[in-house]
Every structure is written in C-alpha cells, then in structure tokens.
Design a protein around this ligand. Structure first.
Ligand SMILES: Cc1ncc(C[n+]2csc(CCOP(=O)(O)OP(=O)(O)O)c2C)c(N)n1
Length: 367
C-alpha cells in the first residue's frame, strides 16, 4: 500500500511539479488529487498521446521533467509521440510516466485488461523505457534513482502501479447535485423503444455494463449489443463501419470522455452521411467509470459542433420530462443524428461485466 500524499511528496522532492494524463481506476486517488492543481501545474488530457505531447511541450518550455499518468491500455495511444518524438533516437526528451497496470499477471482482471496486462512490461522494454513497480512505500526510493537517470540521460522512465495499491489519507468528496437523469433511467427507456432489428455499440465503462444489466433485467430481445470493453473513444467509428454497409439502424451509446478522446472521428461520421447512424452522448462531464474526474465537456455546444461537422439532427434530454417523445423523435430522424443526454453520476448495484466476448460478438453478428 502507498499513500498518494507520500508519492507526490517524493515527486516534488525530485523536482517534478507538473502533471498531465488521462484518468484510470487504479490511479484514481492520484489523478483526483492532482486535478485540483492550478492550470499551469495540471492539464487533463483527452488522450494519452496528447498527454505525452503536453509533457513534451512542458519540457521544451521549462527544461523540467513532467509527470504523465495513464492506464496501460492508453500506452498504445501514447506510443506514437513516445517513440517518434520523445525517444532517445529522436529528440531525447525526459519524461516520467505513472502507469496503472490493469491485468497484471498477479491479479485477476477482465479479458481486455488481461490481454494488455500480459504485454505491458514487454512493450516498455521494446520502447527502451526503464521502469520500476511500486507495491509498497519502501519502493518509493526507486523513483529517485529513475528520475536521476531520466534527467542525466534525457530519457523516458516509468513506474507501474497495480490495483489496490494507492490509498489517500484525506478524501475530498465531490458532490455534484443536479436535476439530470441517471444513465440507467435513459438506457431503460431507450431499450424499450428501439426498433427490433437495430444494433447498439456501447462505450467503455459503466455504459456498457448498465446496458447489459438492464437488457437482462428487462429480458429485452430487441436489437443486439456490442460492448466496447476496450478501445476507448472508438465506439462511434465501429458503429460507423457497421452502418456504412447495413440497412439496420445503428445506435452508438457514447460518453463525453470517450467522444473527446477521438473527436476527429465525428467528422468522418458527418462526412459519410449515413441515414441509419444514430449517436447518443451520455454527458456527465466526468470520467465516472474511473473515479469521476472532470472531462471538461461542460461548456461544449454539441449542437453547433455536430451541425458544423455534418450531422443532420441534434436533440437534447435535460431531465425526465418528455424523455419518451424525444427518444422516439431521435429514432425516427434521418441520420447522422446526435442525441445529447445530460446525465448525473450514479450507477446501479452489482453491474455485470461482459465476459464471454466471443459469444457476444457472434450474437451481435446474427441478423
Ligand atoms: C485508452 C484508454 N484510456 C483510459 C481508459 C480508462 N477509462 C475507462 S472508462 C474511462 C472513462 C470514460 O469516460 P466517459 O466516456 O465520460 O464515460 P463515463 O465513465 O462517465 O460513463 C476511462 C478514462 C481506457 N479504458 N482506455
């Protein structure tokens, strides 16, 4: 067990004072702590590649090493700027990474995390990134050596942290009170109203789990689901790829964090202009599935955004009033259409986790 406060103390002692990253459940106590820092000391990135790049820019401007936090699944987003800009063979930029190691072989985890967890150390070795594993407070001494190495050799270094390692002494409770609907309230209604033969592609985290749970609870056989257990930010592209050569209605259940991660994908949707493409953004302005850190989607005008990149319709749900009629209108609309649902945080008890993924895929591909 390691206290976040002690980890940060060690980083500060070693002159690391700037943080950027994408939240992860393992690192939630860490990212929730640093996200309260002023804007010149912390930046919430939308993807891990952007986080690495913000860190690179910070170094170019200050000559100081940044700390970049990410989940190991996001290591793949990070690899492009890591190898093609920051590596020793290119610009040799010193960076300090903190990686949440989902699927570590020591711990049980879900299939998508096991797959990435198994190759995480190999990836770091291949990238020639020196690393240590932090399991207990005593391991914090290794950070000093790593940072010294990074500073001296102008190299990228990393520490890995497994599930249930990071604890926090004083938790600040963020209580956001609003009148928006719960994610489950919306999905419950939506599932009742979807046409028989439709397809749903749902995003990473609680959304897919709520959809699976509510479908089981309703014993609803209308439509088929494909749960994006990984590949965060890519659900709209998977949905588009399906819609391009299908007459079925295709619904993408997305999150605000997920949409922001690969926002460019929306332009492809707008340009391809498929009538059967229906996009739903469950907007809670937070990465709820990994601890509720802000996504900063608040303030984005999704009506103007979707309009300007080629979506044909925009609808919005703010509260329970008229929710049925708005969903019906959305289903009837000619796509590409966007439905923004403002949701408040909160999830059902005992949410299931998609497990038998091959079976889920085969069922989805049936007519
Ligand atoms: C590439 C990648 N980076 C980070 C994560 C960890 N992660 C899983 S769900 C999630 C939050 C998604 O936020 P949002 O789309 O707003 O949905 P919400 O959790 O609020 O339902 C994050 C950051 C991941 N799975 N993949």
């Amino acid at each position: 067990m390691i206290f976040v406060e002690n980890l940060i103390k060690v980083l500060k002692k070693n002159k690391i004072n700037f943080f950027t990253g994408v939240p992860d459940s393992i690192l939630k106590n860490f990212s929730s702590y640093v996200e309260n820092y002023p804007k010149n000391k912390h930046a919430m990135a939308t993807s891990e590649g952007s986080a690495i790049s913000i860190g690179i820019g910070y170094y170019l401007s200050t000559k100081k090493i940044p700390c970049i936090y990410l989940q190991n699944s996001g290591l793949s987003n990070a690899i492009n700027p890591l190898i093609s800009i920051a590596s020793k063979e290119v610009y040799s930029i010193p960076l300090f990474l903190i990686i949440g190691w989902r699927g570590s072989p020591r711990q049980p985890d879900e299939p998508q995390h096991k797959a990435k967890g198994k190759i995480t150390l190999k990836l770091l070795k291949l990238l020639k990134i020196k690393f240590c594993i932090l399991r207990r407070e005593n391991d914090l001494i290794n950070i000093k050596k790593l940072i010294q190495k990074s500073r001296k050799r102008k190299s990228i270094v990393a520490c890995l942290i497994e599930k249930n390692t990071l604890k926090i002494k004083r938790k600040k409770q963020k209580k956001i009170v609003n009148k928006f609907v719960l994610r489950s309230d919306f999905i419950n209604e939506f599932l009742r109203l979807i046409p028989n033969k439709s397809k749903i592609i749902s995003t990473t985290g609680y959304t897919s789990r709520e959809l699976m749970g509510l479908r089981e609870k309703q014993k609803n056989k209308k439509g088929k689901d494909f749960y994006m257990v990984g590949g965060m930010g890519h659900s709209s592209s998977v949905a588009l790829g399906y819609a391009l050569n299908s007459k079925k209605q295709v619904f993408c259940l997305d999150g605000d964090g997920s949409i922001l991660m690969h926002l460019g994908a929306l332009r492809t949707v707008g340009y391809q202009n498929n009538k059967n493409f229906k996009h739903i953004i469950l907007n809670n302005n937070s990465h709820e599935s990994v601890g509720g850190q802000l996504t900063n989607a608040e303030g984005i005008d999704f009506k103007k955004l979707s309009n300007s990149i080629g979506y044909k319709n925009y609808l919005k749900i703010n509260n329970k009033n008229n929710i049925n009629n708005i969903i019906k209108k959305f289903i009837r609309s000619k796509g590409p259409s966007l439905l923004e649902v403002r949701i408040r945080n909160g999830f059902s008890n005992n949410l299931p986790r998609p497990k038998n993924l091959i079976k889920i895929k085969e069922k989805f591909m049936l007519n």
